[in-house]
Design a protein around this ligand. Structure first.
Ligand code: VAH
Length: 311
């Protein structure tokens, strides 16, 4: 059985759908703290669980003896700044509960997402390398940095085969993002189609590393399928996708919706978060060690998003 914790989230939803497509619905147990509202994820093969309730979580491990666990439950950057203690507690103790139970129940592989949010104001801003100064100043960012250290620690001390990717901002149409700083790049598509306009909470020139969800899910499955001896990084791999600004994304959307207009809000707290992150990422190791390569550039992503969202 494969257990996906955080199945209602932006990534969790897509992972459940993809893993069930690959292994069959009954092979993938979806779990989250609330029932699923997604039309394709019913209460069948679904367990209500709070990843912070270790006793309840252990019952799930006992019941399903999962061979793989994907932990996607987390509080993202913007929400984390509104509720710092809650973000630290969920992001850190949720991970520690899963790592501990994965060792106890001999789970073969664990996936845990890190983020480009582990970099900070003094990290190189362009083509940010795998190893460099990392001084994240959001709770989300340093919870992910600490989480990377714990993942590597459990690999070294317990031999746990835990694998991780530093996801950029992810853009998809099957699920909605929640509480992130990169969410503008998803919201813009919905509003462009509904109202032909969108007010961006990030300034026109704010470049951020981004990736189409199809690429991010494929990267995850390719990493998880790679032979263990090919994996040399047990903290988390840099993963580069596309890098663009709200202005560039708006211009690409206008190629399909000529009347679309973007405007820019001032003084949104998410601007400071975005300004502390890299503009682009270097993912040489992922390319060399498990042949990572993206399929979707900005034009292809925009066309696919609009095609699938226009209904
Ligand atoms: C966020 N979507 O905005 C997440 C992600 C790199 C950004 O970690 O917080």
């Amino acid at each position: 059985k494969i257990l996906v914790i955080g199945a209602n989230g932006q990534i969790g939803t897509e992972l459940v759908l993809n893993l069930r497509g690959k292994y069959g619905a009954e092979a993938v147990i979806a779990s989250d703290i609330h029932p699923s509202k997604h039309p394709l994820i019913t209460e069948e093969h679904f367990e209500l669980v709070n990843v912070l309730d270790k006793v309840l979580l252990e019952n799930i491990f006992e019941k399903y003896q999962p061979t793989q666990v994907y932990l996607l439950a987390a509080i993202l950057s913007a929400t984390g700044e509104k509720h710092p203690q809650m973000a630290w507690d969920l992001n850190m103790n949720g991970l520690l509960n899963v790592l501990d139970l994965a060792v106890k129940y001999k789970t073969q592989k664990v996936f845990w997402p890190s983020s480009i949010a582990v970099f900070g104001p003094n990290s190189p801003r362009d083509n940010t390398p795998q190893y460099c100064t990392m001084d994240p100043n959001t709770v989300y960012g340093f919870s992910k940095l600490a989480g990377e250290r714990w993942c590597e620690y459990y690999f070294i001390k317990h031999g746990l085969d835990v694998r991780s990717l530093r996801y950029p901002g992810l853009i998809g149409w099957k699920s909605d993002p929640g509480g992130g700083t990169t969410d503008y790049a998803v919201n813009i598509f919905h509003e462009a189609l509904a109202n032909n306009k969108y007010e961006s909470f990030l300034s026109a020139g704010t470049a951020l590393p981004m990736m189409y969800m199809d690429d991010a899910i494929r990267a995850t499955l390719e990493l998880m399928d790679a032979p263990a001896d090919k994996i040399t990084i047990r903290s988390s791999y840099n993963l580069a996708g596309i890098s663009f600004t709200p202005e560039q994304l708006a211009a690409e959307i206008k190629k399909h919706l000529p009347d679309f207009e973007i405007s820019y809000a001032e003084h949104d707290p998410r601007q400071a978060i975005a300004d502390s992150w890299p503009r682009s990422i270097d993912d040489t190791q992922a390319a060399q060690e498990w042949n990572w390569k993206i399929n979707y550039d900005l034009a292809a992503m925009t066309a696919d998003m609009l095609e699938n969202l226009k209904g």
